[in-house]
Ligand binder design. Structure first.
Ligand SMILES: *Cc1c(COP(=O)(O)O)cnc(C)c1O
Length: 373
């Protein structure tokens, strides 16, 4: 149930949340109370249980959006010396990982790959053999920028065969796609509350192998996962003000995730919505940019036909007036747009978006609505 004047978000976070998730935030809880300690430990164990993650790992919370967890993972889970992380770059979010490595002066190399297809595991294998200094790979599971799904299982095989560790950005897949935590190569996985777990933004996590958290590695104060983990383990408290309301929302979102059938069902629902979307937009000549074998249903980049009446910005404003919110593609291709199928969306929302697009395409640019201040 949603307010009739509420925006419908077809964006990869924030996304539409259920009324019960929003309602869960109504309580104020003191940060040093028993209730707060229980809440944090409950949420962390639910996250570990969600993927049957073994005892070798800990779920460590970080305030902020997904990028905070990715930065915490890269700065906290690499040893102090004698390491080299190879960043596999095939999109916006892996570029962001590279930037984090540069800013913090981490020893790294980059393998630049085609942004419109999945990373080729054989190429990675050759690259690792040619660069024997590599100890870690940094990978984005689903490159949300264009919507490219990388082959995690095959890349993990390469890691296992070449004895390198994997640092994984699973921010747009955790809660919907399988992540084989039983692979010895998985060292750390970054995830966020406001993607496939359907909670509000404001908290992210790193599920890390505890042996990868070194007390001697201190590259950041607020993003130090070892320090956060020790404080939570020993005193059941965060080092800094915990986002208690956001934690309450996530606790509820995780209940709903489990009740609704966990990752398998969630992915099924995304598939159903995405197929409906692709079919309806194809009728209007709006087709996915990428080959179907590289896509996943969480988000899809579409190309507008050459004769489309509006630019992306004009289209965006038309849809915004209808309270339908989409995203541009990250590569600022004028004639493309991204549509997400995650969050509390149903087939009626997809139909509404498809018909608004159809309507927008028929009106002349002269009737373009004024930009909101
Ligand atoms: C959303 C997302 C992030 C985090 O982006 P924020 O802007 O910090 O929320 C990181 N990686 C991927 C793959 C994502 O989809």
């Amino acid at each position: 149930m949603r307010n009739t004047d509420a925006q419908v978000l077809f964006t990869p976070g924030p996304l539409n949340t259920s009324a019960t998730v929003k309602k869960a935030m109504l309580d104020d809880i003191g940060s040093r109370t028993k209730a707060s300690a229980e809440l944090i430990s409950r949420v962390c164990s639910k996250l570990l249980k969600a993927y049957d993650v073994g005892e070798a790992f800990a779920a460590i919370p970080v305030q902020g959006s997904g990028t905070f967890a990715v930065e915490a993972m890269l700065t906290s889970c690499l040893p102090a010396a004698d390491y080299c992380v190879a960043v596999l770059v095939n999109g916006e979010y892996s570029k962001r990982m590279l930037e984090i490595c540069e800013i913090h002066g981490l020893n790294h190399v980059a393998l630049q790959c085609n942004t419109e297809e999945a990373i080729d595991p054989e190429r990675v294998d050759v690259f690792v053999q040619q660069n024997p200094q590599i100890t870690h790979l940094a990978l984005v599971h689903f490159e949300t920028g264009l919507g490219v799904l990388n082959d995690l299982a095959q890349l993990l095989k390469v890691c296992e065969q070449r004895s390198v560790s994997l640092l994984l950005d699973a921010i747009s897949t955790f809660g919907a796609l399988p992540i084989p935590f039983d692979s010895p190569a998985i060292t750390a996985v970054a995830l966020s509350a406001n993607k496939c777990l359907h909670s509000v933004p404001g908290i992210a996590f790193v599920i890390a192998r505890t042996t990868a958290l070194h007390a001697t590695v201190r590259r950041s104060l607020s993003l130090d996962l070892h320090a956060q983990w020790r404080k939570l383990e020993n005193a059941h408290q965060w080092r800094f003000t915990p986002p208690t309301h956001v934690l309450l929302a996530l606790d509820q979102a995780l209940n709903e995730w489990a009740q609704e059938g966990k990752a398998e069902r969630r992915l099924e629902k995304y598939r159903r919505l995405n197929q409906r979307l692709v079919r309806q937009l194809a009728e209007q000549g709006i087709v996915p940019l990428l080959d179907a074998r590289f896509r996943a249903p969480m988000i899809t980049t579409f190309l507008l036909p050459d004769n489309f009446a509006l630019t992306f910005d004009q289209l965006y404003r038309h849809l915004e007036c209808d309270r339908l919110i989409i995203y541009p593609a990250t590569y600022s291709m004028a004639s493309s747009l991204r549509i997400g199928c995650i969050g509390e969306l149903d087939s009626g929302d997809i139909d509404r978006l498809a018909s608004a697009l159809r309507h927008a395409a028929t009106i002349s640019t002269a009737s373009e609505p004024a930009t909101h201040a």
